[in-house]
Ligand binder design. Structure first.
Ligand code: RFL
Ligand code: PHB
Length: 395
């Protein structure tokens, strides 16, 4: 039997970031991850970091490569039916920016720092189960190489994503949940080609939404809105590039450099919030507690803001005995979560094509775009949400 202070379930960005911060603060923790380290690194996901997220990664001691290789973006672009507009994020957010640096790289940097610090991560931990979570002696069991193990702990941090085991371990009648599923997904393609533009370009088009993003000066990431009935078999690279060219501004389509796909996959779009972010000795962080459609680039950033609140709370608990602050976790996180859920939902409605929408709705969408992109208030609203709302202090 092993003992630790905080048992962390999941070695995605939430689990690794929390683990690294706790280790640096002298709080003992063990991470249990169902998959192998290589598998975790093979998942291609987020690309945009808010300044608050970047600061927390630095605080965890894992920011050196991000600061060297990440690309600072002081603006972001939009297009409607091929008409291109620039939004100066820095100007409209009081001087803030975002950093383009892939989630895969953040994860790799955190894994490396954890290894250097001697932190324990058990990869390929099967059949993780949580026990006595509302008692003073919670514990976690799992199998590794078919052998059973048990970890006794003070607290359990559920960083195991939307399909994880932690949320399912909270009694069903205690869970307060909200969900909205959108009737489409995003088909993503990664290629070693130079990005078509030096900013991200969010494109609304009657054929459907498209996004031009990037990972570096030589690696592009593009997305297309596709019906939720599509599977990857409906698509191939040539069809992807042809469709992308139709949805982006014509001058960009002309200069778009195409190339072999390193990866192509479809992600469904949903908004989900579990308001029970703390129960007994269990805390839920990141995708385990909430999912947002990727349109606002908020998922990973929300995960980081949960980590920041949980980390500050654990420091208060272990250094000052402040268990009275535990209810503040959910309160602080949910206020920020719902604002990010709202922004991601709004960006999704603002930019996507809905099959059910008629000619009238399309005109309203066009007017909304025209308004937001030309009004100082509209630009401020988009910019301050996109760069990220401030973190709230525990007390
Ligand atoms: P993760 O990354 O899902 O990690 C959870 C980890 O837990 C493990 N696990 C278990 N381990 C042990 N036992 C079990 N029973 C377990 N069940 C699961 C899993 O193997 C995994 O390793 O959750 P985390 O750490 O909370 O991180 C959340 C982010 O990954 C997510 O919010 C973002 O990727 C969302 N997202 C974006 N967020 C942004 O902030 N900016 C973006 O630009 C952005 N773009 C995106 C995105 C997500 C996308 N997809 C594919 C959903 C673009 C896409 C296409
Ligand atoms: C990405 O580069 O993967 C990305 C960027 C911005 C988004 C979503 C995904 O809003």
């Amino acid at each position: 039997m092993t003992k630790t202070q905080v048992a962390i379930i999941g070695a995605g960005p939430s689990g690794l970031l929390l683990g690294q911060l706790l280790t640096k603060a002298g709080i003992d923790n063990i991470i249990l991850e169902r998959k192998s380290g290589d598998y975790v690194l093979s998942r291609i996901r987020a690309g945009v970091l808010e300044q608050g997220t970047a600061d927390l990664i630095r605080e965890a001691g894992a920011g050196a490569r991000m600061d060297k290789e990440g690309i600072i973006h002081t603006g972001t672009d939009f297009s409607f039916q091929g008409e291109h507009h620039h939004l100066d994020l820095e100007k409209y957010s009081g001087g803030k920016h975002v950093i383009v640096y892939g989630q895969t790289e953040v994860t790799r940097d955190l894994m490396e720092e954890r290894e250097k610090a001697g932190g324990v991560t058990v990869y390929e931990a099967d059949n993780v189960k949580l026990h006595d979570i509302d008692s003073d002696n919670p514990y976690v069991t799992y199998h590794h190489n078919d052998e059973p193990f048990r970890i006794d702990c003070d607290y359990i941090a559920g960083c195991d994503g939307f399909h994880g085991v932690t949320r399912k371990s909270i009694p069903h009648d205690k869970l307060v949940e909200y969900e909205k599923v959108y009737p489409f997904g995003w088909l993503g393609l990664m290629s070693d080609t130079p990005p078509v533009h030096d900013e991200l370009v969010y494109c609304a088009h009657e054929r459907g939404f498209a996004l031009c993003s990037m990972r570096s000066e030589t690696r592009s990431r593009y997305y297309l809105q596709v019906p939720d009935t599509d599977t990857i078999d409906n698509w191939d690279e040539d069809k992807f590039w042809d469709e992308l060219k139709r949805r982006i501004p014509p001058e960009m389509a002309e200069r778009l450099v195409t190339g072999p796909a390193l990866e192509m996959s479809i992600a469904p779009l949903r908004s989900y919030v579990c308001e029970t972010m703390q129960y007994g000795k269990v805390f839920l962080l990141g995708d385990a507690a909430h999912i947002v459609p990727p349109t606002g680039a908020k998922g990973l950033n929300l995960a980081a803001s949960d980590v920041e609140t949980a980390f500050r709370l654990f420091v208060k608990i272990y250094n000052e005995g402040r268990t009275d602050l535990i209810p503040r976790y959910q309160e602080i996180c949910l206020a920020r979560v719902w604002k990010a859920v709202r922004f991601s939902w709004w960006m999704t409605m603002f930019l996507h094509r809905f099959e059910s929408a008629g000619r009238f709705d399309f005109r309203v969408q066009q007017a909304e775009f025209d308004y937001f992109i030309h009004s100082e208030a509209g630009k401020t609203t988009i910019a301050e949400n996109y760069v990220g709302l401030p973190f709230e202090a525990l007390e």
